[in-house]
Design a protein. Structure first.
Length: 249
């Protein structure tokens, strides 16, 4: 269980609390309106046609990028950090992926397919998927330029240069790794043409992690010193113990 650092919030009357809460509500409404503006700008982004023939390996054989749509017109690719020589998937990517399976029926019904892509061979992906108990589609880009073209994987030569291109800028080698996280969106039209419509990196996909959104409303929030420093793979947590102050006895 993550150690809780208790803040020293003021204790006030109900009337004072309501006044403070209404002030916060105005900020929350501003945030909602800004989020709506950002979403509109995201939908209005220009697109880039994908002309390269990317080949992936799935558990049931070889697939092209257009095949990953699985008959739908929209595709979300999660760039899952699992390199060819890694023993396990990234902890943060695993945390994200714990939230995916329950959304698949809703996404598919809305003409959206979700697929995770990693550079690890498909055998390693399938072994880790079995360990984690996930059902979402997950393919290997091993031997493909896909991860490199979308700036989520880096060669030793890339890393030796001192900076790498990530999140639409150059970042220092110290902040980089051979694999980094991201999410990309694609559209496939009636003629079978595929377009890249959007990508986000670093903390850009944070809103997809429902646990964080719930924690943000809890009394102590995320209670972290570094980003997601409390997160472990879900089979690595110690058994949760009921709080001594629990109302359930």
């Amino acid at each position: 269980m993550n150690a809780i650092t208790s803040p020293e919030n003021a204790v006030v009357s109900r009337e004072e609390w309501l006044e403070a809460r209404r002030r916060l509500l105005q900020l929350e409404k501003e945030e909602t309106r800004l989020r709506d503006r950002v979403r509109a700008e995201r939908r209005a982004l220009p697109w880039v046609r994908i002309d390269k023939d990317y080949v992936f390996r799935a558990a049931d054989g070889e697939k092209r990028l257009a095949d990953l749509f699985d008959g739908r017109s929209q595709l979300i690719v999660y760039h899952f950090m699992l390199g060819p020589d890694w023993d396990a998937g990234c902890t943060g990517c695993s945390f994200h992926s714990d939230h995916v399976d329950g959304t698949l029926a809703h996404l598919n019904h809305h003409d959206v397919t979700y697929v995770a892509v990693s550079r690890a061979p498909i055998e390693k992906i399938e072994a880790y998927r079995k360990r984690m108990g996930w059902k979402f589609p997950w393919v290997s880009s091993y031997g493909s330029d896909f991860n490199y073209d979308f700036h989520v994987s880096f060669t030793p030569d890339d890393l030796a240069k001192g900076t790498v291109h990530y999140n639409f800028t150059e970042i220092p080698r110290e902040q980089a790794h051979d694999e980094l996280p991201g999410l990309s969106a694609f559209y496939r039209n009636g003629k079978g043409e595929v377009f890249h419509t959007y990508s986000t990196y670093a903390r850009g996909g944070e809103e997809l992690i429902g646990t964080l959104m719930i924690l943000d409303r809890a009394p102590f929030g995320r209670n972290e010193e570094a980003i997601m420093d409390f997160v472990k793979r879900h089979d690595e947590y110690e058994p949760a113990q009921a709080s001594a102050s629990s109302c359930c006895h």
